[in-house]
Design a protein around this ligand. Structure first.
Ligand code: ADP
Ligand code: ASP
Ligand code: MG
Length: 411
């Protein structure tokens, strides 16, 4: 009878982020929540991040030894953070009389490809998890990590525990995947930048994916695309405050007039410009081929032609050194001409729920930022988004001005 009852009760995969398990007191608080649900008969799989600051600390340690450390060893190192959280959580649950077992990604058999530092989940074995659930044991799984086909430890990229949670929810056909964090849901923009940001009750997968990809770190972009692909009900909630949070859902019918739903931001960008590129040869192709091989993510890009060609692109500041040395190596061979670099830049992106009237939006962006004396260095648009690159020091002013101009504080 007990087993039947267990298997008919709802199944939730609940992920708690770094701040939510950032101290022993917070781990005890989460353990209280999980134990309460357990004694109410809910079936749960818990996914945890490393304690707040731990992953950064580990990366910094590696940096002290070798800034060019091998990606395999970095993954071995940074995946330890999650192991600390899951073991402590299992202990806290045992203390409350709850059956629980901490598990690494390897033990669960979360299979990924072999791209160290940015691996993708390919499949998840559910046998072990199902067996534990049917015995009334709560699996407490390390987020952010998996194993490749050679048995090597891999990690999913910063913020990747969200994706672990969604992948487990998909594999187990959970009733909902709940991402518990330090804000009460998904907002019109980062509430830590704009206090007037409004919480959204629901957001479409499409808009959420763009927001995440463009820097809204409340959800890892892969978690959103994975949830959409496998139709996982996905919700973002607060670990500390009650509430329904934000549901990520399939869009209803297309809006009659597209409107901007949110503003995403990204910092620590650099802009590289190459002037005087020769037109006749394939310098651009060779250049980007080389950057692709290095795994450098190139963002906004423009290529213009006046008397000679000018090529500009943005990238993460952290990749700049590597890219400049590559350009240096290519320079004489391809006759690249002078290279200009600007650093400490940021990007603000407006994301809409349908096709925007771009000229109108661009006009209002230039107008709003211009009034603040903020200079737009680069602008790019796609169907549902518009991004501008500005100085990082202007980021907060720019976001607040646009948030107000677009009346997002009144949604
Ligand atoms: P966790 O450690 O729980 O995974 P993260 O720091 O990764 O938490 O994500 C939560 C943070 O995301 C919030 O504290 C907030 O500053 C930031 N954030 C950025 N954009 C948004 C947004 N549109 N809505 C909510 N939070 C956002
Ligand atoms: N601990 C990892 C990070 O800080 C993964 C995560 O928190 O989701 O990026
Ligand atoms: Mg996160």
């Amino acid at each position: 009878v007990l087993e039947k009852e267990l298997s008919s009760s709802k199944l939730y995969v609940k992920k708690f982020g770094g701040t939510s398990v950032g101290s022993i007191a917070r781990i005890e608080h989460i353990a209280d929540k999980v134990a309460k649900a357990f004694f109410e008969g809910e079936r749960q799989v818990i996914v945890l991040s490393a304690m707040a600051g731990e992953t950064n600390r580990l990366f910094a340690l590696a940096g002290q030894v070798d800034p060019k450390a091998h990606a395999r060893e970095l993954d071995m190192l940074v995946s330890t953070g999650e192991q600390v959280s899951i073991a402590l959580m299992a202990m806290a649950l045992h203390k409350r009389g709850v059956k629980a077992k901490s598990l690494t990604g390897d033990q669960v058999q979360i299979h990924t490809n072999s791209q160290f530092g940015r691996a993708s989940i390919e499949s998840v074995d559910t046998d072990y998890l199902q067996a534990l659930l049917s015995q009334g044991v709560i699996p407490v799984v390390a987020g952010f990590q998996g194993r490749d086909s050679n048995g090597e430890m891999t990690t999913l990229g910063r913020g990747g525990s969200d994706t672990t949670a969604v992948a487990l929810a998909a594999a187990l056909s959970a009733d909902e995947c709940q991402i518990f964090t330090d804000v009460t849901g998904v907002f019109t923009t980062d509430p830590n930048i704009e206090p007037g940001a409004q919480k959204l009750d629901a957001i479409s997968f499409e808009v959420m994916y763009e927001m995440a990809r463009l820097g809204a770190k409340v959800l890892h972009p892969d978690s959103v695309s994975y949830a959409e692909r496998f139709k996982v009900p996905l919700r973002v909630l607060s670990s500390f405050e009650p509430g329904e949070g934000t549901l990520i859902q399939f869009a209803g019918c297309a809006p009659t007039k597209a409107k901007i739903v949110g503003i995403a931001t990204s910092k620590s960008l650099a802009l590289v410009s190459l002037q005087g590129l020769k037109e006749q040869d394939d310098a651009c192709a060779q250049l980007f081929h080389q950057l692709a091989q290095l795994g450098v993510d190139i963002d906004l890009m423009t290529k213009t032609q006046h008397e000679s060609q000018m090529l500009s692109f943005t990238l993460a500041e952290s990749a700049l050194e590597q890219v400049l040395s590559e350009l240096d190596a290519l320079s004489s061979r391809l006759d690249l001409g002078p290279v200009y670099v600007e650093q400490q830049l940021a990007r603000i992106s407006l994301v809409a729920d349908g096709t925007l009237a771009m000229a109108e939006v661009a006009a209002s962006v230039f107008d709003t930022l211009g009034k603040q004396g903020i200079h737009v260095k680069l602008l790019s648009t796609s169907e549902i988004k518009l991004s501008v690159v500005i100085a990082e020091s202007d980021l907060h002013f720019g976001v607040r001005a646009l948030h107000q101009a677009l009346a997002l504080d009144r949604v």
